[in-house]
Structure formats: C-alpha cells, structure tokens
Design a protein around this ligand. Structure first.
Ligand code: FPP
Length: 241
C-alpha cells in the first residue's frame, strides 16, 4: 500500500497491445495474449494491494469475433485455462469473480465454467474481479432496453418511472459502482465500446506500454495520474462552488 495516492473504488482496464508486443519480438500474436495473462495476474495482485474494490478487465469484446478464427479460438481457450488454473488461488486470496457480457453467444460448457467460478467466489470481499467477456456496451444497453420495453408492453412498468438509476439496474453491472478510473494500455486513445454508460464520469488514463508489460509500477503511475485529477462530476471547483 502506498501513501499519497487516491485509490479509485472501481478501476477498469482495456488491456490493449498484446499483438504489437508479440510482433515486436517476432512472435505470433497468441504469444502476446499468453503473456497478457501474466500481466493480468500482476494487475489483480496489485489492485488487491492498493485496496481497489472492483477491477474490471476487457478480455473479449463483441467485436473480437471478427478476428481470424484461430485467434478467436485461442482467446476462448485462454479464458478456460485462466479459470481452470487461477480460480483456486483467486478464491484463496479473497477475490470474487463476476462476469459481464452476453452469455448467449458462448458455448454452454464455458458458461457453466464461468457460473461455477462466480458461485464458488460469491462470498469473497477482498476484490471483485469483473471479467468482461463477449462484452459490448451498445449490446448491453440494447439488451437492457429490450427487457425494459417488454415490461412496459406487459403493463408492468410505467415509462414515467424510467430513470438513469432504473436503467442501471438492467445493465450487466447492476449493483456495482461506476468506474472511477479507466486505463487503456497500448497507446491508443479510445473507449472501444467498453462501459460507455458507466464511464460517464470516469477519469481516463492512457498508457503507452503494451499490455504484457503492465505491472504494479505502471499501475501505481496510473493511480498517481488519477490522484492528480480533480473530479467535479459536472459541478464546479470546490473553492468556487
Ligand atoms: C488486445 O490486444 C487484447 C485482447 C483483444 C485480448 C485481451 C486478452 C488478454 C489480456 C488475455 C486474455 C485474458 C483472459 C481473462 C482470457 P490486441 O490483440 O488488440 O493487440 P494489438 O492492438 O497490438 O493488436
């Protein structure tokens, strides 16, 4: 634990740059994703040490299906491997695993695996590791809108009662705080359909390093940057309010 740092309650990460990290070393893209798992392990440990309550990681987007079939299969297998190899240790260190994204597009056996990991770790309170898999914010909002529309059509919901707070409860992230900090590695500066609604007041920190190089030091630098920002949530500076 470091002093002088403001610790976000919820940090979200776009883990970008695996492919470029691998190409720079003359390796196949899959080697970059594999190295990305080690970086993820460091990030989880560091988040727990910093006292972050929620760490959300973008591990497969609804748009990632457009990649070559072999890469898609590799990423799906990597998730299975991560769950198989890491769940026991994550559970022992008090990590609660939650998964967001559309489960309908995933194989039944994978969904069962994810549900088992969620059930096993349900009571843990040290850190919530939120894995965004087959996740896309537009799709999440569309799914939520559909459910709300069905309720209205069935006469179970009055349109006048639709508020931002109500919509929140229909999202995959219901009952989680909004992200305070959103980190993207790999030098690109965009949000790529990740937590669009939830990041309305998040601070964005863009990091040049590729994801496989991410570690506790880089995480601490991002927290320093976050600590230097003044969050106003649409209001005025404290002294001029
Ligand atoms: C972006 O790098 C990364 C991904 C699309 C996948 C992220 C996956 C991991 C870090 C490992 C898997 C984690 C789990 C839990 C399964 P990129 O391939 O877009 O890199 P590039 O921009 O350099 O091409």
């Amino acid at each position: 634990m470091r002093t002088g740092l403001k610790i976000p309650r919820h940090a979200a990460i776009i883990m970008d740059g695996n492919g470029r990290w691998a190409s720079a070393r003359g390796l196949p893209r899959s080697a970059g994703h594999k190295a990305g798992i080690d970086a993820l392990r460091s990030a989880v440990r560091a988040a727990a040490d910093f006292g972050i309550e929620y760490l959300t990681i973008y591990s497969f987007s609804t748009e990632n299906w457009k990649r070559p079939r072999a890469e898609v299969l590799f990423l799906l297998e990597l998730l299975r491997r991560f769950i198989r190899q890491d769940v026991a240790e994550l559970h022992a260190s008090g990590v609660r695993i939650r998964v967001i994204g559309d489960r309908q597009g995933l194989e039944k056996s994978l969904v069962t695996m994810l549900e088992d990991a969620e059930a096993l770790t349900r009571e843990n309170t040290k850190l919530n590791l939120v894995v965004a898999f087959n996740y896309g914010s537009r799709q999440e909002l569309t799914r939520a809108t559909r459910v709300i529309a069905e309720k209205v059509a069935a006469g179970e919901l009055d349109p006048a009662h639709i508020t931002p707070e109500l919509l929140d409860t229909y999202l995959d992230t219901a009952h989680m705080p909004a992200p305070d900090l959103l980190i993207r590695t790999g030098g690109e500066e965009r949000i790529s359909n990740f937590l669009l609604w939830q990041s309305a007041y998040a601070e964005f920190v863009f990091i040049p390093e590729f994801w496989p190089d991410f570690n506790a030091e880089i995480f601490a630098r991002a927290l320093q940057e976050y600590s230097s920002r003044e969050r106003r949530f649409g209001g005025l500076k404290a002294q001029s309010a």
